[in-house]
Design a protein around this ligand. Structure first.
Ligand code: SAH
Length: 277
């Protein structure tokens, strides 16, 4: 059965409804069936960019059986060793998690996130949606690399959806957001609501991750972060920058300041080692 009013998002020229600017990232997935079911969920909603980060299973015949019409998505899935790699080129990064976490990020429901993703895509920016592994979900260090937290409202006594079902919910909302823009029900840009991505290019997830590491290195070196107790503090600091939606240029300036700090420390250390020079 087909619905004449629901276009195949992949057939629409990019610049109109660019599904290629939305990627689903599954981290450390353990069950091959879940990878297949996630591909099917994506296919039914017109999305096709799948990244598997350090999967703990191969893509097997079971994956293909459960992917059904989404088999092509599995054929083209990118398999990457680290989450940071998977976030290259993604200016907006959303962590999917049912639980309140140590990492405090703005919490969005799937509809609000989907609208942001849709508008960002129309403005030329890419989004990544990051899903955790079946047994333990996303780790704090994976959450550190994400700018927003998306929680699917569910029964508080048991709010953990199956991985592929969580993918289905968010992909459905993304499709609804695109269709709402197409029909004119949702403005394509959100000027005035404070939700819009900045006009200049945001730093991507990989650049933010590298900046976070650089900052941690320098703050540890000057003794601000103490071994064993600094995790909580650096997490908070990373959160401040995640909320700020930094542009690439701003990240470069901050990294320049960190590099200069490192040079000054190097010089001071060298001088203290050889006082006679
Ligand atoms: N046992 C894990 C849940 C794993 S479910 C835990 O306690 O965290 C696999 C993944 O599906 C999660 O990492 C998350 O990305 C997604 N997910 C499941 N339920 C969700 C919900 N209610 N809201 C947002 N994401 C959810």
């Amino acid at each position: 059965m087909s619905f004449p009013h629901t276009p195949d998002l992949r057939q629409i020229p990019s610049g109109c409804l660019p599904a290629d600017r939305i990627r689903i990232v599954l981290s450390r997935t353990t069950h091959p069936g879940n990878i297949g079911s996630a591909a099917r969920a994506m296919r039914t909603m017109g999305l096709d960019q799948l990244c598997l980060v350090a999967p703990e299973t191969e893509v097997t015949s079971e994956s293909y059986a459960l992917a059904a019409g989404g088999a092509g998505i599995l054929d083209h899935a990118r398999i990457l060793p680290s989450l940071e790699e998977a976030l290259r080129g993604a200016e907006l990064v959303f962590a999917l998690s049912a639980r309140r976490r140590a990492v405090d990020r703005e919490i969005l429901d799937p509809r609000a996130a989907a609208r942001m993703i849709c508008r960002a895509a129309l403005a030329g920016q890419s989004s990544a949606l990051v899903f955790g592994c079946e047994s333990s979900g996303l780790s704090n260090s994976e959450l550190d690399l994400c700018g927003y937290h998306v929680a699917i409202d569910a029964d508080p006594d048991y709010s953990s959806l199956n991985l592929a079902m969580a993918v289905q919910v968010i992909c459905y909302e993304i499709r609804c957001a695109f269709l709402a823009v197409r029909s004119g029900a949702l403005p394509a840009s959100d000027q005035g609501t404070g939700e819009a991505p900045p006009a200049s290019r945001c730093a991507d997830g990989a650049e933010m991750a590298a900046f976070g590491r650089h900052l941690e290195e320098v703050l540890s070196r000057v003794g601000f972060l103490k071994p064993g107790t600094g995790d909580h503090v650096i997490r908070k600091i990373r959160g401040i920058f995640a909320r700020s939606r930094l542009t690439r240029e701003e990240v470069n300036i901050l990294r320049g300041a960190l590099t200069e700090t490192q040079r000054t420390l190097d010089r001071a250390e060298k001088n203290s080692r050889s006082p006679g020079d």
